[in-house]
Write a new protein. Structure first.
Length: 274
């Protein structure tokens, strides 16, 4: 359970997140009220593209069990927040709606993995890839030339990479490129940093443990059931790997910054190598 001093930090984090999420972009030289595509009108998007905002991020998330203490939309909230940070830092980027229907398991064998828990939604790999392909094709038609794919879940990565490779081969003589940014998820340094802080592989865990719980605490603490926090989720069938009671807002802020920095470094490298 969260201690009183940590509860104060959670409240402050929530205030900061609320303000940040709706911060207009005049400071970036863009006359736009938001980085989120779905919060803009079509004429605002057209004018932004004409003015040089030609990068767009397609974030992928998932709808999956995250133990008794954390909501199923965890990945969506984290990647949407991180994508906005990345877009603002790039200065010429928008964020497409988060893809929340992703491969999570087999409906014909739901006793394995996340599908064994209520609320998890899976999407076959081939349809997930078609969704990504036509999202990218749609955005390229309208003038976006750098389409960035970032995934907050391990099962999302292969499909994004394959779609990026396929479209880049097809568009070799065109202006548009798709950039698969795997470092955001798989090479960001957050886990190594937690180990440097004294954590172990067992306490960090592999799902809904310190890392995920800390990040969601930092992004939107309303989605953590603090009264249900327990090591290992409280039991062997909880869906939790690790000790989420050791999560904190401070660690979440650090973790998201690790992911954002890793993504920015890879995006810039990919764009420079075009």
């Amino acid at each position: 359970m969260i201690r009183p001093n940590q509860l104060l930090r959670v409240v402050l984090a929530l205030i900061i997140v609320t303000v940040f999420a709706h911060e207009p972009l005049e400071g970036q030289g863009l006359d736009l009220p938001s980085v989120f595509l779905e919060e803009l009108t079509w004429t605002e998007v057209r004018d932004a593209i004409d003015s040089g905002t030609t990068t767009i991020i397609i974030p992928t998330a998932g709808t999956e069990q995250n133990g008794p203490h954390m909501v199923l939309g965890k990945h969506k909230f984290i990647v949407n927040y991180a994508s906005a940070m990345i877009a603002r830092e790039l200065g010429n980027a928008l964020v497409a709606p988060v893809v929340t229907y992703v491969p999570e398991g087999d409906v014909n064998n739901p006793t394995r993995g996340h599908m064994s828990k209520a609320g998890t939604i899976t999407f076959p790999e081939e349809f997930y890839m078609k969704l990504l392909e036509y999202a990218a094709r749609s955005l390229a038609v309208h003038g976006f030339t750098d389409i960035v794919m970032i995934g907050d879940s391990g099962g999302n990565q292969r499909g994004m990479q394959q779609v990026a490779e396929m479209l880049n081969e097809e568009w070799a003589s065109d202006d548009a490129r798709v950039h698969f940014v795997g470092d955001y998820y798989g090479n960001n340094g957050f886990r190594d940093w937690l180990i440097e802080q004294g954590e172990t592989s067992e306490t960090i865990g592999g799902h809904a443990g310190i890392s995920d719980t800390s990040q969601l605490l930092a992004v939107d603490p309303r989605h953590i059931r603090t009264d249900r926090l327990a090591p290992g989720g409280g039991g062997p069938d909880s869906g939790v790997s690790g000790d989420p009671t050791r999560a904190s807002v401070e660690r979440g802020v650090r973790g998201i910054q690790f992911k954002v920095d890793a993504a920015l470094n890879q995006i810039r490298e990919l764009m420079e190598s075009r």
